[in-house]
Design a protein around this ligand. Structure first.
Ligand SMILES: [Zn+2]
Ligand SMILES: [Zn+2]
Length: 106
C-alpha cells in the first residue's frame, strides 16, 4: 500500500503498517512542528493536593501529580496517605514471602 508522506509529499511504501512518514527525518520534522496529532487531554485529581488537572496536548506527561513539588512531597510521606488502604492486605511482607519460597525449595 502506497502512502503519501505528509511532510515532503513523497509517495512511499511503509515498511510498518503504522508508518506515517517516508523517513525518520520527516518524522522528526513532524514531531518538532507538532504535525503529529496531539495527545488526548487527560484529566485527573492530584494525588497529593487534590487539585484538578487537565494536561496540555503536547509535552505534558503528568498523570498523577499536578507538579514536581507535589510528587516530591508525596514520596517523602507516602505511608500517611496510603496505610488506610494497604493496611490489612495479607499482613506478610515481600521479604518474608521470599524467605518462605526459598525454604519451600530447599
Ligand atoms: Zn517525507
Ligand atoms: Zn498537587
Amino acid at each position: 500500500m502506497i502512502k503519501q508522506c505528509p511532510v515532503c509529499n513523497k509517495d512511499f511504501e511503509p515498511s510498518m503498517p503504522l508508518q506515517k512518514y517516508c523517513c525518520t527525518k520527516c518524522q522528526q520534522w513532524a514531531n518538532s512542528n507538532h504535525l503529529i496529532p496531539p495527545r488526548e487531554p487527560f484529566e485527573f485529581d492530584c494525588r497529593h493536593c487534590g487539585k484538578h488537572v487537565v494536561t496540555a496536548p503536547f509535552g505534558d506527561r503528568r498523570t498523577v501529580f499536578c507538579s514536581k513539588q507535589c510528587e516530591k512531597r508525596w514520596w517523602k510521606h507516602p505511608r500517611k496517605e496510603t496505610c488506610g488502604n494497604l493496611g490489612m492486605s495479607g499482613g506478610m511482607s515481600l521479604g518474608s514471602l521470599i524467605r518462605r519460597e526459598r525454604s519451600d525449595l530447599e
